[in-house]
Design a protein around this ligand. Structure first.
Ligand SMILES: Cc1ncc(COP(=O)(O)O)c(C=O)c1O
Length: 370
């Protein structure tokens, strides 16, 4: 990225897992230019078949497990969450929604109601009723899933909690409990999708298939786009009573779909996922410093845990002076995030790590520990 006077910055966060193919990839730019010259917005309720939507939905269905074959495009991650919650309620005829402590699913009312932080929720009550948060990686807490539960929504790897992986088949255990009780399992892969974990989706990493999959962020290749994806059978619940179960004027905008499709093709053609794990290891090998306690995560979704949370704000604020863009996590104050575009080269990783170590030295010399 470049500042107004040509200053160079290395983007180590991808606008929070959006720019997986970098900024201004020529193929994405070309797709946007072509599509905007053909048509952009046409109509709201799907009256006209728009080929960028159809082609992208087809492509997603090809790379996803067979049951995830029906794609509803929306504008954002939060709207995908809203659509999925409504779909689960409508399909099951139940109202209870179970989510996880320290989860983040967005900022609209429904998404806020299920997010796992009281600090963010409290000022906006009353929120959606019959929502319930359980503990990630705690098998006992799965007892809460019962035949009154419409759905369980989970980030397969918790993002804003600071890149927390599921342990001991936790996802399979949730899958089994949902199947047993008739609750729908929703994976929020808005942050983990499109190669970030070193796999196209967390579904491929953990081999657990949800009933509904949520995508956004990198889905649009830098343009605003979200989707909730399910089986045709489940998705059909939105077709009747009322006939327009979810309405969205701009959802699945053809220019965004064209950009997203081009970006997905770049990920596949340039084999960006294949090099993700070696790049991850290179970060881990280079990020050795007295202030670093741990580098957590896989692929290019990493959390760098420091010896003291006091350093975090200083490091993130100072990073641009060293030509680096960093970010923090909403619910993890002792770590900062590394999630660069997947196109980052090994040379760039080494240079970024050198800069990071200089920032850490600066923090060590200037910040008082808590
Ligand atoms: C896991 C997860 N779900 C949902 C969202 C909400 O997406 P959006 O900001 O596009 O509404 C985010 C955004 O950070 C996210 O990380």
């Amino acid at each position: 990225m470049y500042g107004p006077h040509g200053e160079r910055y290395m983007d180590l966060i991808s606008g929070v897992s959006v720019s997986n193919t970098g900024h201004c990839h020529p193929k994405v730019v070309e797709a946007v230019r072509n599509q905007v010259g053909l048509y952009s917005h046409l109509m709201v309720y799907g009256e006209f078949i728009q080929s960028p939507q159809v082609k992208y939905a087809e492509h997603l269905a090809r790379i996803l497990p067979g049951s995830l074959n029906s794609c509803y495009f929306v504008n954002s991650g939060s709207e995908a969450v809203e659509g999925a919650l409504k779909l689960a309620k409508r399909f099951t005829g139940r109202s209870r929604i179970i989510s996880f402590k320290n989860s983040y699913h967005g900022s609209t009312h429904g998404a806020l109601s299920i997010q796992g932080s009281e600090i963010y929720r409290n000022s906006f009550r009353p929120l959606l009723p019959d929502t319930f948060q359980i503990t990630f990686n705690n098998e006992k807490s799965l007892d809460a899933i019962d035949d009154k539960t419409a759905c369980v929504i989970i980030e397969p790897v918790q993002g804003e909690a600071g890149i927390i992986y599921p342990e001991d088949d936790f996802l399979s255990k949730i899958r089994n409990k949902c199947t047993l009780t008739g609750a729908l399992l929703i994976f929020d892969e808005i942050q983990t999708g499109f190669g970030r974990l070193g796999y196209m989706f967390a579904i491929d990493r953990f081999r657990v298939i949800p009933d509904i999959l949520l995508l956004a962020k990198a889905l649009g290749g830098g343009m605003p786009l979200g989707a909730f994806i399910s089986s045709r059978e489940i998705m059909s619940a939105l077709v009747t009573n009322p006939s327009l179960g979810h309405i969205t004027t701009f959802g699945g905008h053809p220019v965004c779909c064209a950009a997203g499709m081009a970006s997905l093709n770049v990920i596949l053609e340039e084999k960006l996922i294949e090099s993700c794990n070696s790049k991850s290891l290179l970060f881990k090998k280079n990020l050795v410093h007295p202030l670093i306690r741990e580098v957590r995560g896989e692929g290019l979704l990493l959390a760098v845990r420091l010896t003291d949370p006091a350093y975090i704000q200083f490091i993130i604020a100072k990073a641009p002076d060293y030509g680096i863009v960093l970010d923090y996590f909403l619910f993890c104050d002792n770590s900062f995030r590394i999630a660069p575009p997947l196109i980052i080269s090994e040379k760039e990783i080494e240079s970024a790590c050198d800069s990071l170590k200089k920032i850490l030295n600066d923090a060590g010399n200037n910040v008082k520990k808590k």
